[in-house]
Design a protein around this ligand. Structure first.
Ligand code: PLP
Length: 393
């Protein structure tokens, strides 16, 4: 056979990735060679999905929820999501405004695909979830970063945001609580952001996947602000809140005419979200919520141990994140570039974390550690990083 050149579409060169999955593969390969690795790289709860949700999913399979369903989601799940979002955001959401998708991620993919043309500008947080920048570039739009600064506890500077908005701005992406920094936007921030947008016809993708993981204060959504609902796409889901990352289920809430278009993208891609998963989703939202509060309290304890431990290590300084389950220590005083330090801590100390640059160029000078691991393992990681720093810095 003649070897043929792979002629990829040009746009593939613009597609980014999520480094966490690559570091996980590398860490697993080291483990296969007999190394002991502490995993602080991947962003998923280490808890099991609560039993009532598993039972509901298993039962649904037995009851025949094993077939295709409507592209926008099962009506019973869209109903309860509409009610949940109405209650938690203080707005009136209709079931037709809800699109259920396989994870939170497809809402990022579909919103950008549906709204951003070549030449349009999309403002996104940097450091931030890498899929935003990847998708903006993929569709040929212009990725305009808004830098999140440590001295502002990684909330965005609204004055700076206002300066980035122009006639070509089509979409603004917000994420609170934030990955990777744990920054949380205040009520005043949200209201100032809405003022900065004014009455311009700009859409906001508000990624609130960590909305139930807040350690201090409350969650505030821009969707709650008068006049903003129809210009917002709310992204939320089940992965982080109910420890359901592998079930693949999330949702978007948006005006009906956009919801119809996003459902069309679902028809063209996955057809629908798994039917039994959606039945489990109904139970997640309707059933007892103690497990959510328990997980959040546990993440807070771990965060406190991690931040105190990091601040005692030479070259590291770390702010207390207010939400999500990540810490984002400043490592500039080590004198090491972030990527090299993350690689070295994995290779030499057996601690898997991510370079801040995995979240954009403004992540240089930082590392991200997930605290979705036991206190025992977090302490082990701290001991190892501490010993490495004492020896090498
Ligand atoms: C900010 C943010 N948005 C969206 C997602 C995607 O979540 P899901 O696993 O439900 O697709 C993640 C996952 O890490 C995230 O951190």
């Amino acid at each position: 056979m003649i070897p043929r050149e792979l002629r990829l579409a040009e746009r593939m060169a613009r597609l980014g990735t999520e480094t966490a999955f690559e570091v996980l593969v590398k860490a697993k390969a080291l483990e296969a060679k007999g190394r002991d690795i502490v995993h602080l790289e991947i962003g998923e709860p280490d808890f099991d999905t609560p039993k009532n949700i598993i039972d509901a999913g298993a039962d649904a399979m037995r009851k025949g929820f094993t077939h295709y369903g409507p592209s926008a989601g099962l009506p019973q799940l869209r109903d309860i999501i509409a009610k949940y979002v109405s209650d938690t955001r203080g707005i009136n959401v209709l079931p037709e405004e809800v699109v259920v998708v396989p994870g939170g991620k497809p809402i990022i993919f579909f919103s950008i695909l549906a709204l951003a043309d070549e030449g349009d500008e999309v403002i996104y947080p940097n450091p931030g979830f890498p899929i935003y920048e990847s998708m903006i570039n993929y569709v040929g739009a212009k990725a305009v970063p808004i830098r999140l600064r440590e001295e502002m506890d990684f909330r965005l500077d609204v004055g700076e945001l206002a300066g980035l908005i122009n006639d070509r701005t089509k979409l603004i992406i917000l994420n609170s609580p934030q990955n990777p920094t744990g920054g949380v936007l205040t009520k005043a921030d949200i209201s100032d952001i809405a003022d900065a947008i004014g009455d311009r016809n700009i859409m906001v993708l508000t990624d609130e996947i960590y909305s139930r993981l807040i350690f201090e204060g409350e969650h505030h959504s821009i969707m709650s602000i008068d006049g903003m609902k129809d210009r917002c796409i709310l992204l939320d889901g089940f992965s982080k809140t109910y420890a359901m990352t592998g079930w693949r289920m999330g949702y978007g809430v948006m005006r009906v005419d956009l919801a119809t278009q996003v459902a069309r993208l679902m028809t063209n891609s996955s057809s629908c979200t798994a039917s039994f998963t959606q039945v489990a989703g109904v139970e997640a939202l309707r059933g007892p919520q103690e497990s959510v509060n328990r997980m959040c309290a546990e993440f807070k304890k771990r965060r406190d141990v991690m931040v105190a431990g990091l601040n005692a290590i030479k070259g590291f300084s770390c702010r207390l994140p207010k939400g999500a389950f990540y810490v984002f220590p400043n490592i500039t005083r080590t004198g090491w570039p972030s990527k090299k330090l993350a690689d070295t801590l994995l290779d030499d100390a057996g601690v898997a974390g991510l370079s801040g640059t995995a979240f954009g160029n403004f992540g240089e000078g930082y590392l991200r550690f997930s605290v979705a691991n036991s206190i025992e393992n977090i302490e082990k990681a701290l001991d190892r990083v501490g010993a490495w720093a004492t020896k090498n810095l």
